[in-house]
Design a protein around this ligand. Sequence first.
Ligand SMILES: *[C@@H]1O[C@H](CO)[C@@H](O)[C@H](O)[C@H]1NC(C)=O
Ligand SMILES: *[C@@H]1O[C@H](CO)[C@@H](O)[C@H](O)[C@H]1NC(C)=O
Ligand SMILES: *[C@@H]1O[C@H](CO)[C@@H](O)[C@H](O)[C@H]1NC(C)=O
Ligand SMILES: *[C@@H]1O[C@H](CO)[C@@H](O)[C@H](O)[C@H]1NC(C)=O
Ligand SMILES: [Zn+2]
Length: 535
Amino acid sequence: MLPRTMFKHFSPFPCVFLVLSTFLVSGSHQISGFGDFGYGDSTDFGLSSSKLLIKGGTVVNAHHKEVADVYIEDGIIASIRSNIKVSDDVTVIDATGKYVMPGGIDPHTHLAMEFMGSETIDDFFSGQAAALAGGTTMHIDFVLPVNGNLTAGFEKYLRKAKNSCMDYGFHMAITKWDENVSKEMEIMVRDKGINSFKFFMAYKGSFMVNDELLLQGFERCKALGALAMVHAENGDGVAAGQKRMIDLGITGPEGHALSRPPVLEGEATARAIRLARFVNSPLYVVHVMSIDAMEEIAKAQKEGQRVIGEPVVSGLILNDSWLWHPDFTIAAMYVMSPPIRKSGHDKALQAALSTGVLQLVGTDHCTFNMEQKSLGLEDFRKIPNGVNGMEERMPLVWDTMVESGQISVTDFVRITSTECARVFNIYPRKGAILVGSDADIIILNPNATFEITKDSHHSRTDTNVYEGRKGKGKIEVTISRGKVVWENGKLKVEAGAGRYIKMPPFSYVFDGIEKADSAYLSSLHAPVHRHRAST
Ligand SMILES: *[C@@H]1O[C@H](CO)[C@@H](O)[C@H](O)[C@H]1NC(C)=O
Ligand SMILES: *[C@@H]1O[C@H](CO)[C@@H](O)[C@H](O)[C@H]1NC(C)=O
Ligand SMILES: *[C@@H]1O[C@H](CO)[C@@H](O)[C@H](O)[C@H]1NC(C)=O
Ligand SMILES: *[C@@H]1O[C@H](CO)[C@@H](O)[C@H](O)[C@H]1NC(C)=O
Ligand SMILES: [Zn+2]
């Protein structure tokens, strides 16, 4: 049985039905409101049945694949076997020759985030609509506390997420430390469904935390069964690197890459790993961008430490040549932190993903349009950091990893969906095609091709860092909790339909931690009971 009772439904608002066609959405790049998407003809929305049969496809889970039919009722997978017979009132989708897979789960996004004097142009609705068009049916976003207040941050993000059109969960960032924060972490875990906290080792003067806080945070996370996550770059080093570039007169986007080289990412990754080892807490390293960081993770894993490494799509397939582009607007698109690295890091990260050193793929989707990026026209330090990816992640990972022969089809499901559900403790409700799981399903046609352009994407941003990329593996259908939301190049999404998914603590990565703790204590052979020397 799945523990259904712990999931809370937040009331949908506003209840607007939208039919979005690719055509209507393109060219609308305003920041606010749904209106700029344009309303399509919504008459066929009511026809989508609560009963659905996916016929003849190859059903893929992380550990197995087989040809079977999948029958869905009321948003839940009801049956998986061959030749399911149904009555006429059931909508039937033919998936012959195609893959039927769990919808993607993106572990790393920033929607409606206020950052560097701007707010990301994708809010929960537009970012999620884009994600659904690309086969991702759930994401986990980062709540930022309000002046260090976690409860206030959580409530603010629930409000931001009211217009959600797909399921979502939250991580939370810890940006300062005191008794209140420590207490509130427990409330977040016990009552609010948050089971992971992120610590920034970079962004000196704003989010950055020192080692003392990192240690306290890791201890607290471990006690609560919450996963500690780190943005691993040496913040003092970054500040010094930025000053060095400015002193050299390097003020353009290339200065961003030059100011925070891989050595700073490697150092912070190694430090976080060693501190987590000292505390004996599991650790999750977000957006691993360099060989330097990846090798620290590999080394720790070889020694038996539990470290999870998350590459992001941009780090897996882009290289830093863009940052030297003579057109500022093009170069600035690629500014994110840690930076996109020199060619070579991309291939090494792909290899690490294929061998399991890195386990799941995120995007760090954090979109700013050209106008917002131009805040840093005179100074790369003011360019809002972030790239797109929620819509592109699934097809690009398929094309880069499966089509190239680096991983199997089952591995694709593991790294884009199942492992994320397991690490954040919502498996098998999410991340699997099993009886009783949520019907978050995609149909991928391995023979069809995709092409990515800013004119046809569904994000509100007016650029795309994957502009012009073509590949094999097209997401033809996306089903979100039993409803077809993407088919024939058309989105049918509903603002307010997405639910907040609570994530309970103590996922599998905590299993056995207490045994390691007792082994540690008994290895100390201390205190030594000494008797006073008799004179
Ligand atoms: C895709 O190609 C493979 C191999 O040629 C074939 O078996 C399969 O049926 C094709 N699928 C579709 C949907 O065309
Ligand atoms: C944090 O914010 C919540 C909700 O806004 C408020 O009720 C609470 O008193 C605040 N906590 C502290 C320590 O200021
Ligand atoms: C904790 O919150 C209370 C108000 O709820 C406040 O009076 C106190 O100063 C806070 N403590 C710290 C260390 O910020
Ligand atoms: C680096 O990226 C550019 C732009 O996408 C591409 O043309 C080039 O081939 C890449 N370099 C290598 C060595 O892959
Ligand atoms: Zn991020």
